[in-house]
Design a protein around this ligand. Structure first.
Ligand code: ZN
Length: 443
């Protein structure tokens, strides 16, 4: 489709008003893609070289159907390059807001955006929270990481809202003991609780009936870490509220959010182009593949067909709820969260989740891949497990892992957080190329 998008499209889509049709979103994606590719060709040396190497000219990219001819890029391609190779000519680098990975073993990859780009992407995040049910008079509490504020990332509009008593929000450091967080939640009476999935889960396990009478959020909004079906149930029961999940990354901000009706995830098609590739071709609905994204709002540092290293299951091309978004059925998480096995398989965290579903004696847990052929299930028991209960887990593990992988159960009194403040339920020491999501920038 080559028609131009409605000039009010951006505003209408951001307000989440009904009436934005799928065809309008696609027209916007096509127009924006053309502009982005032309801009990258003219102004960003990295893309100019990449396109030239592949014999690609800006005029070759007219619509989404031409996307496949653009080569993929990844952090590995951008990391070693000088800033001027990846940032558009004419942009003052010193004015750009920088997001960078922390806790990764590799070199940090810096993603830069203008103040305006940052605000635009955050508006899409706000739209999601409104969809979940956020109201102006809500008291939000985010359980995450407090980070030093970046003077280039002035959030005057948030300060203004707070001063007016609207959308009140506070951050609780997730590195505190969960009991401390519960005490603060009792004082703050939040109506909405946001946070890292693992942190919320740890806190939810501490909540009793007395806490639930005082802490009564309308909904829980989580993301940034793997949330297994069991963890989700425990968070929901712990807080006595529905749990809604968002999926994002520091490269793109919000990528997808949970549909309240179907449980699939709406992809943020009016802010980015999402592709799911399986062995280099588009995955069919229901197939698992690697997520590739193109940001429609990053012009200072374009991200075109960028490999995030995440594995997702493709959903329907249009959500059954009637919203004009395509869907992701499930988010399996970072590739690094999958355990690479000696036979070349990648064990997905949820495949180990079955062990926990069959071990009601487990309170907290963590799966640790120590070596390619050795996995430890660390468990904080609610009550001492019987030898039969342990044997049951071992038997299931043997079925999942096969005979060549050692499996051990380690009973612990507690499982500490990562130095980054995250709680990693699935942690591989074999594949530790993990990039943290900057939750503080997201909340
Ligand atoms: Zn939907």
């Amino acid at each position: 489709m080559n028609s131009r998008p409605n000039p009010l499209f951006m505003l209408r889509s951001l307000l989440g008003r009904p009436g934005v049709a799928r065809a309008e979103i696609e027209a916007f994606q096509n127009a924006r893609l053309r502009r982005l590719v032309r801009h990258a060709w003219d102004n960003v040396p990295y893309y100019r070289r990449l396109f030239e190497r592949h014999g690609l000219k800006p005029q070759d990219i007219r619509t989404l159907a031409d996307l496949a001819s653009i080569p993929l890029s990844s952090k590995k391609d951008l990391q070693p390059l000088p800033t001027e190779d990846v940032v558009a000519r004419g942009v003052d680098v010193n004015q750009l807001i920088v997001h960078q990975t922390s806790g990764s073993t590799g070199q940090p990859c810096k993603i830069r955006r203008t103040w305006f780009e940052e605000r635009m992407l955050n508006l899409f995040r706000w739209r999601v929270k409104w969809y979940f049910g956020l109201r102006a008079m809500d008291r939000q509490v985010s359980i995450g990481l407090r980070r030093p504020s970046d003077p280039r990332n002035d959030r005057f509009q948030q300060r203004l809202l707070q001063a007016l008593g609207l959308y009140h929000s506070s951050v609780l450091d997730c590195r505190q003991p969960p009991q401390n967080i519960v005490r603060q939640l009792r004082d703050l009476h939040p109506t909405v609780v946001n946070g890292l999935s693992g942190s919320l889960w740890r806190v939810s396990l501490e909540l009793g009936d007395a806490d639930r009478r005082v802490i009564r959020p309308r909904f829980i909004h989580c993301g940034g870490e793997v949330l297994t079906p069991l963890m989700r149930r425990q968070v929901s029961e712990g807080f006595g509220a529905p749990v809604y999940e968002t999926y994002g990354s520091f490269e793109f901000n919000i990528i997808a959010w949970e549909c309240k009706e179907t449980g699939d995830y709406h992809t943020c098609d009016d802010a980015l182009i999402v592709e799911v590739l399986k062995d280099g071709r588009p995955a069919a609905p229901g197939e698992r593949g690697e997520l590739i994204a193109t940001s429609l709002y990053s012009f200072a540092m374009p991200l075109i067909r960028f490999r995030l290293g995440d594995i997702v299951t493709r959903g329907a091309a249009l959500c059954a709820c009637g919203k004009p978004f395509s869907t992701i059925r499930a988010i399996q998480g970072r590739m690094a969260d999958c355990f690479p096995l000696p036979d070349g398989r990648r064990l997905h965290p949820f495949e180990l989740g079955i062990l926990i579903n069959n071990a009601p004696w487990v309170g907290k847990f963590q799966f640790l891949q120590e070596r390619l052929d050795r996995i430890i299930m660390r468990a904080v028991p609610l009550a001492a497990p019987s030898p039969e209960a342990i044997a049951r887990v071992r038997e299931l593990a043997a079925q999942q892992l096969g005979p060549k992988i050692e499996f051990e159960i380690a009973l612990e009194s507690d499982i500490p957080l990562e130095p980054s403040g995250k709680f990693r339920t699935f942690r591989s020491l074999v594949n530790s190329n993990y990039d943290d999501l900057d939750w503080s920038a997201m909340s």
